[in-house]
Design a binder for this molecule. Structure first.
Ligand code: 13P
Length: 253
């Protein structure tokens, strides 16, 4: 059956010392306080990954992710980081298609499909993000938008490949705004996405894939969100930068 996952996307925040302090606190508090079997993924900036991986090394439930990667294997791509490089420092997961990559850096569906393929070819697991903007929800286009992102991004994968993908539904209007999708809105979209996977692959495959919700997840709303049948955890931004808040979110399963 699918896993419960609490992933903390630090985005472009915290210097190395602050990142190490946060990771140590999360790792220690998780060991002391968390009794569920949720997987915890820390997703720091690239530069901090080696240090955070060392800190996480001994804990069996804490994994390390990267926020992005190149679709290219190597070569003259100044400023880029390859999947092999990430693998060599112990990365387990790579976020692909975060709305900030789509919007600010112009990453399109074809590039994101190539990145997803590259992550899987390197033996790592993609956290593939989708989500609609406010105007799409207000004009009732939200299902169509997420369907298109999913189809173009990951439906070129084999069944064996898609079973390694974690999906994160992150409505853009809920990211960093303090406005969370209601648990009903999250459940409705997660069930819809799972249905798309069942139609394309099969029900067993759909039931095996973790679908995370992202967008202003906080200790105060995590339990209600995570209690929805198709919400398998969270991709957390702001609240993952505070150890107390993030650990309380991990405890909410
Ligand atoms: P916030 O939790 O800060 O809204 O960010 C969500 C997000 O974008 C995680 O990837």
């Amino acid at each position: 059956m699918r896993k419960n996952i609490a992933a903390g996307n630090w985005k472009m925040n915290l210097d190395l010392d602050a990142g190490k302090k946060l990771a140590s606190e999360v790792i220690n508090m998780t060991a002391d306080e968390v009794s569920n079997d949720a997987e915890v993924i820390l997703i720091p900036p690239f530069l901090h990954i080696t240090s955070i991986k060392q800190l996480a090394g001994s804990s069996k439930n804490v994994f390390v992710g990267a926020q992005n990667c190149s679709n290219e294997a190597s070569g003259a791509f100044t400023g880029e980081i390859s999947v092999e490089m990430l693998k060599s420092v112990g990365v387990d997961y790579v976020v692909v298609g975060h709305s900030e990559r789509r919007e600010i850096f112009g990453e399109d569906d074809a590039l994101l499909a190539a990145k997803t393929k590259a992550v899987l070819a390197g033996g790592l697991k993609p956290i593939f993000c989708c989500g609609e903007k406010l105007e799409s929800r207000e004009s009732d286009q939200h299902f169509a938008i997420n369907k298109e992102q999913i189809e173009k991004g990951i439906f070129g994968l084999s069944k064996e490949e898609i079973l390694k993908v974690v999906i994160a539904y992150e409505p853009v209007w809920a990211i960093g705004t303090g406005v969370t999708a209601s648990s009903d809105q999250a459940q409705e979209m997660h069930a819809y996405i799972r249905g798309l996977i069942a139609d394309k692959y099969d029900q067993e495959t759909a039931d095996s894939i973790s679908i995370l919700y992202g967008g202003s997840v906080k200790p105060g709303n995590a339990e209600e969100l995570f209690s929805q049948p198709d919400v398998d955890g969270g991709l957390v931004g702001g609240a993952s930068l505070k150890s107390r808040d993030f650990v309380d979110i991990i405890k909410a399963f």
